[in-house]
Design a protein around this ligand. Structure first.
Ligand code: PLP
Length: 378
């Protein structure tokens, strides 16, 4: 089955009992047992729910993994995966991962004794250097947020195999439609499904897929123990979103490509970050390991004042956090998604006050171009 067909027919297609082609929403917490301890596969909905399970089967199939898990947010998914680690363990983590990931590591898991070294994972030797005797895993995003740096997943997987580390990849930006980290050697892939997978700014959710049964058992134990599960109705919304993932991702990609080239040609923009531009440092790796470059672009307009003016003047680009939905969104990472990162650290990373991030939606490309043009000229 090819990807676009999997999006429609993967997981559970049609309800066995009625033939309904949309998976029913099992809005239920508990299940009648035929005798003590004799149930039909479901006991209690934190442990398992048929609607959530249909989504979990679907995402496992899309990521070519063994088992999938659905959580109430991307952060619930990430926190559950991080609960694999013990006091005294050490992780190597990308230095421009999502702000919430940085926050939960540096303000929650560090209190529990999990140490982290943040490195630029696009430099594979930096990962190698950061590995310590107690290192247990590498956690990365590619392309990263908001600078869209590209990490060679297969090269990092090689290091992880040698040193017996888990490789965890946050695949939110490209989704399984464009990139399958497990096929490149990762052990765990996770998503903020709030973004492209949902695609309509109407659900907050997180997904995890693992490559083998043993990890699957561990994650299921943690999912059931910690309890950050995705409710049935939200699971259904996500499955509905995923059916059109291919159509949306192709349009996001085409429009982003055009806008990135158009922005790069302007003299009043310092830098455009888009992995699909041939002068992007990660262009060759991105082409090798992914089937598309995605719909996210960052660009530097010089200073914070100008960035603010641009954001105040767009009409079709909505000023909002988040990304990956049908509507185009615009943000200033330094003051929004990445505000929880200390200012000196942001400077080191290159997240300047003039950096604007756009999530290119599926509106008419000419409207989007005109809108950015008038906002940039204000
Ligand atoms: C949004 C996001 C998250 C967090 O997901 P939530 O659904 O907001 O909890 C994690 N990683 C990336 C790359 C994200 O964009």
């Amino acid at each position: 089955m090819r990807m676009d067909t999997k999006l429609i027919h993967g997981g559970v297609f049609a309800d066995e009992r009625t033939g309904a082609v949309s998976v029913p929403i099992y809005q239920v917490s508990t299940y009648k047992q035929d005798a003590i301890g004799q149930h039909r596969g479901y006991e209690y909905s934190r442990t398992g729910n048929p609607t959530r399970e249909a989504l979990e089967l679907l995402i496992a199939e899309l990521e070519n993994g063994k088992r999938g898990f659905a959580f109430s947010s991307g952060m619930a998914a990430i926190s559950t995966v991080l609960s694999l680690f013990d006091q005294g363990d050490h992780l190597v983590v990308g230095d421009d991962v999502y702000g919430g990931t940085y926050r939960v590591l540096s303000r929650v898991f560090n209190r529990l004794g999990v140490a982290v070294t943040f490195v630029d994972t696009s430099d594979v030797s930096a990962i190698q250097k950061a590995v310590q005797p107690h290192t247990k895993a590498v956690f990365l995003e590619t392309p990263s947020n908001p600078l869209l740096k590209v990490t060679d997943i297969a090269a990092v997987a090689g290091i992880c195999r040698e040193q017996e580390l888990l490789l965890i990849v946050d695949n939110t930006f490209l989704t399984p439609y464009w990139q399958n980290p497990l096929d490149l050697g990762a052990d765990i892939v996770l998503h903020s499904a709030t973004k492209y997978l949902g695609g309509h700014s109407d659900v907050v959710a997180g997904l995890v897929v693992v490559k083998d049964e043993e990890l699957g058992e561990s994650i299921h134990f943690l999912q059931n123990s910690i309890g950050g599960i995705l409710p049935p109705h939200d699971s259904w919304l996500l499955m509905r979103g995923i059916k059109t993932l291919g159509l949306r991702m192709r349009q996001h990609e085409e429009s982003a490509h055009q806008l990135a080239e158009w922005l790069a040609a302007r003299e009043d923009i310092t830098t455009v970050y888009y992995p699909g531009l041939s002068n992007h440092p990660g262009y060759d790796i991105a082409r090798r390991q992914a089937r598309g470059f995605g719909g996210m672009i960052s660009f530097d307009v010089g200073d914070g004042k100008r960035a603010e003016r641009v954001l105040e003047n767009t009409r079709w680009f909505t000023l909002a956090e988040s990304l990956g939905a049908v509507e185009s969104l615009i943000s200033v990472p330094a003051r929004m998604t990445h505000a929880s990162i200390p200012v000196e650290r942001r400077r080191e990373l290159g997240i300047s006050d003039g950096l604007i991030r756009i999530s290119v939606g599926v509106e008419d490309i000419d409207d989007l171009k005109e809108d950015l043009e008038q906002a940039l000229n204000t």
